[in-house]
Design a binder for this molecule. Structure first.
Ligand code: IMP
Ligand code: MG
Length: 172
């Protein structure tokens, strides 16, 4: 494994994102919806950098088996909050193909929120095929498989403080 983004770089960028989001949603009482499991660490750091009134909830979906996106997204746990007429910020760990975020936009959008924005820690712009705006992006990365800071390989390595490129014979 090789370090791609250090814990220090992450903390600096995530706190900038928190400030930017706080400015944009001041007085709007947004609700942040973290996408489990991958976003748990980003969500925790981002929310601690938010300086305005807000609420939070979680949704859980599954699309990946090993290193491949299946393209079929399954809803494992729905939100419990009421988002109709609310400003929603979806908090994702990474946008790869874009399948998951499209599914979530449609799912949350069907509840008629006042607005939906996306805050993603990472994006692979060379892979992502999306026809809507990603409002807040932590880092753009090359199309490589990464782990740490919430991101897993077969449920392992989420606990790492930095982002690492998975290399060698693990990557199959
Ligand atoms: P998408 O549906 O292809 O955009 O994939 C989104 C989901 O796949 C993310 O929320 C992650 O859970 C997972 N994923 C995509 N790329 C990676 C990676 O490089 N490392 C770990 N998980 C990933
Ligand atoms: Mg995820």
């Amino acid at each position: 494994m090789a370090l791609m983004i250090s814990p220090e770089e992450i903390q600096k960028r995530v706190s900038e994102m928190g400030q930017e989001i706080s400015r944009k949603f001041a007085g709007k009482d947004p609700i942040f919806i973290g996408v489990l499991n991958g976003s748990f660490m980003f969500m925790a750091d981002l929310l601690r950098a938010i300086s305005i009134d807000c609420e939070m909830d979680f949704i859980k979906v599954r699309s990946y088996v090993g290193k491949k996106s299946s393209g079929t997204i399954r809803l494992i746990k729905d939100i419990s909050a009421e988002v109709t007429d609310r400003h929603v910020v979806l908090v994702e760990d990474i946008i790869d193909s874009g399948h998951t975020i499209r599914f979530l936009m449609e799912r949350i959008g069907s509840a008629a929120p006042k607005s939906i924005s996306i805050a993603t820690f990472l994006i692979k712009p060379e892979v992502a095929k999306i026809d809507f705006t990603i409002d807040f992006i932590g880092f753009e990365i090359p199309p490589e498989f990464v782990v740490g800071y919430g991101l897993d390989f077969n449920q392992k390595l989420r606990h790492l403080n930095g982002v690492y490129r998975l290399e060698g014979d693990l990557v199959k």
